[in-house]
Design a protein around this ligand. Structure first.
Ligand SMILES: *Cc1c(COP(=O)(O)O)cnc(C)c1O
Length: 355
């Protein structure tokens, strides 16, 4: 039976990227040597690195003055890179979920952290507004999409201080005005590739402003100067990212993808709102187009296991909600096809009909 993959990360990837990775593992670039066995100093690999950076630049219209880095360690390691490199004295954080809270925790090791607002009071079901960002902060850190709670910032914020964003789970899902950000980072494994590579888009004038000594590998300047090849880069993960971005470009880029993503999200939210047995958990205006969280509605709470059983029987994979929200979460990233979303909607209708 066909599986419909809604995993939150690692998650579904475009089939052409998978096929091309399989071929490259056997024979990279016609060299007769497999991708996992080549030297990362071979010219063919250097071309892949350069093309991958160019794909990022083209797809997100990244202006001059910014570097795109491919590092290891995941987004979680960036929680420490960012303050290490950018915080002289103080930073501001918007606490919109578990990942945002973890990022702020690391920053406290380096100086004063001001939480400008938090939605923890309502289990992170909304994005706070009406707060003030202190102008003496070295940067303001936000999480644009809250993967666990299914909320998303739908606009690029105006900030009086340099804006830093964790975009792990909505990068490349919608157009972003990169010029409004000083630094954007994320793990690849939600929308742009497999686990193992972390992207960082950094405005070069942000670097070299703190006095503390920074370990070589954690200093962004090392990777800017070494073009992400200071040490061995995660070649396999970068290759799959390259193929994933090529696929995205062929589909019409981030702008076209955004239209498709909105369609998928609208389809699923419309069913959640229509179906009497389900209810969404995020505030309507903050609903994520990437992670759709819903629970059984009042009166049907005891039906959760039964719906999960039907969903499994219909081929749904990965729809169990995170333990901090419960219920269900469908992660409908770029590579998740409309037909999978339709299959989930059909399944919800069938469940309601059976009841
Ligand atoms: C998944 C996720 C992370 C953690 O990413 P790792 O690469 O596993 O460290 C951080 N932030 C957000 C928003 C995420 O979705």
């Amino acid at each position: 039976m066909k599986k419909h993959v809604f995993n939150a990360g690692p998650c579904i990837l475009p089939q052409p990227a998978i096929e091309s990775a399989i071929a490259a593992i056997k024979d990279f670039d016609g060299t007769g040597v497999g991708l996992l066995e080549i030297s990362h100093r071979t010219p063919g690999w250097e071309r892949i690195m350069a093309e991958t950076e160019q794909l990022w630049r083209d797809l997100l219209h990244i202006p001059d003055g910014y570097k795109v880095l491919f590092l290891g360690g995941g987004a979680s390691t960036q929680f420490c890179y960012v303050p290490y490199n950018l915080m002289a004295r103080k930073a501001a954080y918007l606490q919109t979920g578990t990942w945002a809270k973890k990022a702020a925790k690391e920053a406290r090791l380096f100086g004063e952290v001001e939480i400008v607002a938090s939605s923890e009071d309502k289990n992170y079901s909304y994005i706070p507004t009406g707060y003030t960002v202190p102008t003496d902060a070295d940067y303001f850190h936000i999480t644009t999409n809250n993967t666990i709670f299914g909320t998303e910032l739908h606009t690029d914020l105006d900030s009086p201080v340099p804006l830093v964003a964790d975009m792990s789970s909505d990068i490349m899902s919608r157009p972003v005005d990169v010029s409004k950000y000083a630094l954007i980072y994320g793990g690849a494994q939600k929308n742009v590739g497999p686990a193992g590579v972390t992207f960082v888009i950094v405005r070069e004038d942000m670097l070299g402003k703190v006095d503390r000594p920074i370990p070589t590998m954690i200093d962004y300047r090392t990777h800017v100067n070494g073009s992400s090849m200071f040490n061995t880069p995660p070649v396999f993960a970068i290759y799959v990212m390259h193929e994933t971005l090529k696929w995205l470009k062929e589909l019409g880029g981030v702008e076209a993808m955004y239209e498709m993503n909105k369609r998928k999200a609208e389809l699923l939210y419309a069913e959640i709102d229509r179906n009497k047995m389900f209810t969404g958990t995020a505030r309507r205006e903050d609903r994520s187009i990437m992670n759709v969280c819903f629970v059984m509605a009042d009166g049907y709470k005891d039906q959760e296991a039964a719906f999960m059983e039907l969903a499994k029987a219909r081929g749904m994979v990965g729809i169990k909600g995170h333990r901090s929200v419960g219920g269900f979460r469908a992660s409908i990233y770029n590579a998740c096809p409309l037909e999978s979303v339709q299959a989930l909607v059909d399944c919800m209708r069938e469940f309601e009909g059976n009841y």
